[in-house]
Design a protein around this ligand. Structure first.
Ligand code: BDP
Length: 607
């Protein structure tokens, strides 16, 4: 079920992207399997893949549909591929999926934002059509990620209640690909770097599924296609002299070519681009290639009008253009692993990513962002569902690290958003999560979780586990907003005194700060929800950050307005965006552009 490497074409590998219109049917009674929908859907409608179906329909029941739903697609497999290893790779099926090939169950995966592969070798017919049926389920539970629960309404419909503040978009939200690789193939590879003067030592390891009588090679090419260095063997070290390092201003990528060869015959070939760089924390500094870097950017959702949470490359491109325009150098991929395309684009555009697993809602509440600021306690980590949740959390974290370990843009892993770390039971839970994450990452990147507003320095039980502290703070919005905003500045500063006393030397990132703002509402003097207030609020926060030497990053909540569930706290979604949901700037975008374009990369460090 492992997703394997990101699919590419090479002299030995083939990929067919199955994006397009599939057949689709809701299964509210959950009887599809019994009624043999595994062999074909009885009365399907049409559905694009990728998509998250909710915003495509015009009726409420379809939009809010919770339960099982099915996809169906005919698949033709060429005869020439008979001797290859074939799989279907789902880049994301939110939140769990069972795949049937020609009626027989071929795989199950849970974890809606991570890829998985289903082997076709035993089930597929060559040179003729095959039937793929996928049963997806989007219910939320307390022992699954993201966390929530599913209730049954008076009319018998199920309703998902997430313990989080975003719409429960679901379905085949990223592409599905037919992948053909040689039977003997490269399974995975990992890279790690050590820098000396102007030279980099590239330590690599490669995994094959077959070892006898074959040789594995690695070659590194520069961006002009010139071979720089090469080696043989499954593990080793290569030296790149006059190295061009990957950084935010010049995201230089080398091409890595891995081959299995048998004499002159190329058994398998995998090609990837990767940036050579180091990232570490020394004292209170983030060092990218041994040079201090201050993080400027956003917490970011995958969310847009009509496309919902599904991959939309046009929106993605626009987002990267906006990030460059505004002078951002980083994002946090809140609150789930973003698409592989996002990470690959970040590698090419020089955007640093704090990469987050879908561990969101670890506090039993359907309004967590609100209850959080009220200080309610739910003893989340002492629930009977915790052991099962823990296993899933651990395995999805490992899957995420395996997927993204070679991406230069990934500088850290965020193991959870706003878990209830004020609870004693959270400590042993997160000790294990942190140690597993460290062990899984060949580059040993820094680890963090974002801390909820009430997890102040005197209350949080887990902060020491973090390599850097990430604070989600809303002084001036959820507390001390409006006419009381002048108090926010001092209260915010006081909290920093607490952190300085408790934790010596680690960097602090403000992983969320923001104010809901209705684009086009102008008020003088500014009031909450107006564009003027968002500006005043951000300026206040920036004064606080600039007074704190340990603050080494600011990531505004949120890049763009996004859709949430309905409720009295939200007006057609969350409006804390610096850009509208349609990716146009609010006034605050110009304020941030002005600030960020003028902050040097190593802001706050001595030159
Ligand atoms: C934070 C939550 C986030 C919410 C945000 C908000 O982490 O999910 O969207 O508040 O209220 O505390 O906008």
């Amino acid at each position: 079920m492992s997703a394997g490497l990101y699919p590419i074409q090479s002299i030995t590998r083939r990929v067919v992207d199955l994006s397009g219109i599939w057949n689709f049917q809701f299964d509210p009674e959950g009887t599809g399997k019994k009624e043999k929908w595994t062999h074909g859907l009885p009365s399907p409608t049409t559905m694009p893949v990728p998509s998250s179906f909710a915003d495509l329909f015009t009726d409420k029941e379809s939009k809010e549909y919770t339960g099982d739903f099915w996809y169906e697609k005919e698949l033709f497999i060429p005869k020439e591929w008979e001797n290859m290893d074939l799989s279907l790779r789902f880049e994301a099926a939110a939140h769990r999926a069972t795949v049937y090939i020609n009626g027989s169950k071929s795989g199950f995966h849970e974890g809606g934002f991570l890829p998985f592969s289903v082997s076709l070798n035993k089930t597929v017919k060559f040179g003729e059509p095959n039937l793929v049926c996928v049963k997806v389920n989007n219910e939320l539970f307390e022992d699954c990620l993201p966390v929530g629960r599913t209730v049954t309404l008076a009319d018998g419909r199920k309703m998902a209640k997430g313990y989080f503040d975003f719409f429960n978009y679901s379905g085949l939200i990223r592409p599905v690909k037919l992948v053909a690789v040689p039977k003997k193939h490269i399974v995975d590879y990992s890279l790690n770097y050590v820098l000396f003067d102007n030279c980099a030592e590239v330590n690599y390891s490669i995994t094959n599924n077959y070892k006898n009588g074959i040789v594995t090679t690695i070659e590194i090419y520069d961006a002009t296609g010139r071979l720089i260095t090469s080696s043989e063997g499954l593990e080793g070290s290569l030296s790149v002299s006059n190295v061009k390092l990957w950084d935010v201003n010049n995201p230089y990528l080398y091409t890595f070519r891995f081959r299995i060869v048998d004499g002159d015959f190329v058994v398998d070939e995998y090609i990837d681009q990767a940036g050579i760089r180091t990232f570490e924390i020394v004292g209170s500094e983030f060092l990218l290639n041994n040079k201090p870097v201050y993080l400027k950017g956003f917490g970011k959702h995958e969310d847009s009008d009509i496309s919902g949470r599904s991959l939309n490359l046009n929106v993605l491109k626009r987002d990267f253009e906006l990030m460059k325009w505004i002078g951002a150098n980083s994002i946090r991929s809140a609150y789930y692993p973003h698409s592989e395309e996002t990470l690959r684009l970040a590698d090419r555009e020089g955007i640093l990513v704090i990469n987050e697993v879908a561990a969101v809602g670890m506090m039993a509440s359907t309004l967590n962002f609100f209850d959080a600021s009220q200080g309610s306690q739910t003893r989340f980590f002492a629930k009977e569902t915790t052991p099962k949740l823990f296993e899933k959390h651990l395995s999805q974290l490992e899957e995420l690290i395996r997927r993204d370990k070679n991406r230069a843009c990934v500088i850290a892993w965020c193991v959870a958003n706003e878990p209830e770390t004020t609870d004693d039971e959270a400590r042993p839970y997160f000790e294990k999560i942190f140690s597993k994450a460290k062990e899984s990452d060949p580059q040993k990147r820094p680890l963090t979780f974002t801390s909820l507003m009430t997890a102040t320095p005197d209350k949080c039980k887990c902060a020491e586990l973090c390599d850097f502290i990430s604070l989600n703070r809303y002084y001036g919005w959820y507390v001390f907003g409006g006419n009381e905003v002048m108090m926010a500045e001092n209260v915010f500063k006081q909290e920093f005194q607490g952190w300085t006393m408790r934790i010596q030397e680690k960097p602090i990132v403000i992983a969320e700060y923001g104010a809901d703002t209705n684009a086009g509402t102008h008020k003088l003097p500014g009031v909450m929800w107006s564009e003027e207030y968002q500006d005043e609020y951000l300026s206040l926060c920036h004064r606080v950050f600039d007074s704190q030497p340990r603050v080494r990053g600011e990531q505004v909540w949120v890049f763009a307005d996004f859709m949430t569930g309905e409720g009295i706290m939200r007006v057609d979604g969350n409006k804390k965006g610096i850009f509208t949901r349609n990716r146009q700037p609010k006034a605050a975008a110009f304020l941030l552009k002005n600030r960020w374009k003028n902050l040097r990369d190593g802001f706050k460090s001595e030159e």
